[in-house]
Design a protein around this ligand. Sequence first.
Ligand code: ZN
Length: 403
Amino acid sequence: MNSPFHSQPFFLMRNPIQTYQWGSRTALPTLFNIPNPDQQPQAEIWMGAHPKASSEIQVGADWLPLNTLIESDPQSALSAEIYQRFGELPFLFKVLAADTALSIQVHPSKQEAEHGYQKENQQGIPLSAAHRNYKDPNHKPELVYALTAFKAMNGFRPHAEIIENVTKINSGSLNAVFQAFVDTPAADTLQSAFSQLLTLQSTEKTEAVNALMVVADENATEAPFDTIIDLAAQYPGDIGLFAPLLLNVVTLAPGEAMFLHARTPHAYIHGVGLEVMANSDNVLRAGLTPKHIDVDELIACTSFIPITPDQIKLPPQSMANGEYYPVSVPDFSFSRYRQVADIDCDMQSAEILFAVNAPLTVVHAEQTLTIEKGESVFIPACTATYTLSAMGDVVRVKNTLNT
Ligand SMILES: [Zn+2]
């Protein structure tokens, strides 16, 4: 059988759009001219080969699913080395458009995911069960890059800030939860407080949330209470409303990025961004959700070490013709070019290029392809080299080996 990856060097992508309740009805039409005739909450565009919703690529005149094409000739698509190491396209690349907040979540480490996946298999919990925590044995490092102002929570605040915030709330049940941590601030006392907070019973929980909202209303224009007011309109009564007191609240400016480490609680609150992640679905939820919260498993997979605000953003580093955002995992790399003409790109893996705000053109001996803003192109590893020109910003996602 002739491999499609040797029939042409570039493949225009047709990407599935996921509609979730928190998605934006206006962002994708405004930024990328993507139609939304039925006013759907367009939450995510998936660019990749995930079995749940694979992209299609244009091969000649046909549109074919990328995941089955990769399976038919993985070495040409991914490179022999990547195929051997990962067995699949190692990353999933998304456009994410959040109108309201996503759930607060933690992703397990690789080791925890392997162990948890095996344990739930042995317990006979179906992969589709609502209370199943581990959908696969993989970790899920994530990078998010802001296209508009992008507000999120990421990691525990320094202890002094948590104490300052929680002691503003005049609540008997909250004081009881945090007393040991306030007396002796440390990772273990924070872990105990967090666990008790998430398991507060109905009357205590109501009392604590009501006391929180009294202070939030009195300080509605001040951080972090402004965020709590916004979240309360979306998730009234949810225990996750306490999260802005405990977690860093950060707003990325367009072009800024941050990394979401394993074992670190985080939530996206509002904005449009690009997100790239390892090919995994492992999510442990911690609030702002009607879904299952497995507190014991969550606590076991969470690091209670604070992240200081200066550690949150991921400063880009210069490279020839652009910038890259250094990440500590081999599952993906993320770089950006701005207005480039005929630069040479050498490849070590499959790549996806996304045109952020203007057309881009890729050239190879056999083909020239121009895509518009909001579109993406899949380039199999066997293409080996190409030249890139762009009138605006381009994001390039691939694997970088030996780092
Ligand atoms: Zn996440």
